[in-house]
Design a protein around this ligand. Structure first.
Ligand code: NAD
Length: 414
């Protein structure tokens, strides 16, 4: 296989994580350029991948102005900063791996897909759940017909209490105007995965949801504005001191989410971030407006139904039940339990394959996506991409329809 050359646009948590594929498989991938405004993140990439000076940029615009210097790009800027670099890179002929969500509006998503198709590039959206061993195994089971015709599905995304507080109350995805709405930011993955697993188009969708808990009126009496000086801190499950110091740093866990607070992770810097930065604020006094619970119901073109729930208030993880005419499946993103109506026996299949690195993230999906994207470029083979333009646009449009239903209190027919 040809060795692939990639540029990274946005060397934050995700961009730097995907780039690690080059460290693990240097014979398959080389990171040849980086565009990143944050000096620390940029220099880390330069050092790690020996990127020559002339290929180091502080903005994606400088990168696209130059002649083509790589086979493709990883675009991992924030949600509302995907459209322009994606269209510019497509026009320049770069193959693209674009972080989800593609963009915060349907119109922008369509513009990106049009640019990708017109320029005939290999285009993948980072719907990493499609690339896990768990998903592969589940697909195999469904295709084998063991549970007969699939009639209905129930899927839940437990964001998790502390993850909600970190990303969607205190963090980058807490405010719709600054990023995108919750169903798009967190669960475009789930809606896309449901589409992929069910293999049928959604005809009608309805949704309800609200920001129920993380509101100023729920702040306990006497609580402070920062956890470091709050009398309620010891009894608050959302304490930033407990989350970042006790549950991560003190357990020698210094990667995500702690490295979001400070690029150089040590006790002193974390405490300074808790005292002054956004991640030390009381969860009831943040500029957050994205929902913390939502349900989505779908009616598919084969008569099947799906019910999806997203909630902050759980331990965390994705769980699914699929009900067929001959049996049912329960999956927790790692293990699948298949119950057969005829034999009344349950078969347990373990599928988890994470290796503990960032590439092991999302049940191995981060690795699976990079593996497929790099192979697709090396062999010029679009078929390696499981999250290409058409499938991704379809599931993004479904997310926009569900959100329209929630806001307008109506059923949306697609
Ligand atoms: N696929 C997944 O499962 C998954 C998981 C988490 C996040 N995401 C998505 O990945 C994207 C990135 O998330 P993240 O957590 O890495 O964010 P991040 O903030 O850590 O990284 C974004 C980077 O983009 C850089 N940037 C800003 N302006 C730029 C410019 N003009 N040119 C080049 N770079 C620029 C920032 O400095 C930052 O380092 C988001 O869209 C997010 O929703 C996807």
């Amino acid at each position: 296989m040809k060795k692939v050359k990639l540029a990274v646009i946005g060397a934050g948590s995700r961009g730097a994580g995907y780039a690690e594929f080059a460290e693990k498989y240097p014979d398959r991938l080389e990171i040849v350029a980086v565009a990143e405004p944050r000096e620390y993140n940029r220099s880390q990439m330069v050092e790690k991948y020996h990127i020559p000076k002339e290929n180091v940029f502080s903005d994606w615009k400088e990168f696209v102005e130059k002649e083509k210097i790589a086979d493709g790009v990883i675009i991992a800027t924030q949600d509302n900063m995907h459209t322009e670099p994606a269209i510019a890179c497509a026009r320049k002929g770069y193959h693209i791996m674009l972080e989800k969500p593609m963009a915060p509006t349907a119109e922008e998503c369509k513009r990106i897909i049009t640019a990708a198709k017109e320029n005939k590039i290999i285009f993948a959206v980072c719907h990493v759940l499609r690339y896990t061993n768990y998903t592969k195994k589940l697909k195999e089971i469904l295709d084998s017909g063991i549970i007969g015709d699939v009639i209905t599905m129930q899927h839940i995304e437990e964001v998790g209490w502390w993850h909600q507080a970190h990303s969607f109350v205190r963090g980058n995805w807490s405010n719709e105007k600054e990023s995108s709405f919750m169903l798009l930011a967190k669960s475009c993955h789930d809606i896309d995965w449901i589409n992929y697993i069910m293999g049928h188009k959604c005809q009608s969708v309805s949704s309800f949801g609200s920001l129920k808990h993380f509101r100023s009126e729920n702040k306990p009496a006497g609580a402070g504005n920062r956890c470091v000086n709050c009398v309620c801190e010891p009894s608050c499950p959302y304490s930033a001191v407990r989350i970042y110091l006790k549950n991560f740093f003190d357990k020698q866990l210094t990667g995500w989410p702690v490295d979001v607070l400070t690029p150089v992770v040590n006790r002193e810097n974390i405490i300074a971030a808790l005292e002054k930065g956004p991640y030390g604020r009381c969860v009831y006094e943040c500029n957050n407006d994205v929902i913390d619970n939502q349900v989505v119901n779908m009616f598919l073109d084969g008569g099947q139904t799906v019910s999806f729930m997203l909630t902050a208030f759980a331990k965390g993880g994705r769980k699914t039940r699929i009900f067929g005419s001959k049996g049912e499946i329960f999956g927790d993103s790692s293990e699948l339990k298949v119950f057969d109506f005829l034999t009344e026996e349950t078969t347990v299949i373990k599928t988890n394959a994470t290796d503990g690195t960032i590439l092991g993230g999302h049940g191995g999906g981060d690795y699976g996506l990079m593996d497929n994207f790099v192979a697709a470029l090396a062999m010029n083979d679009h078929s390696k991409i499981l999250s290409g333009p058409d499938a991704t646009l379809e599931s993004h449009l479904l997310v926009f329809a569900a959100e329209k239903s929630r806001r307008e209190n109506t059923v949306v027919n697609l």
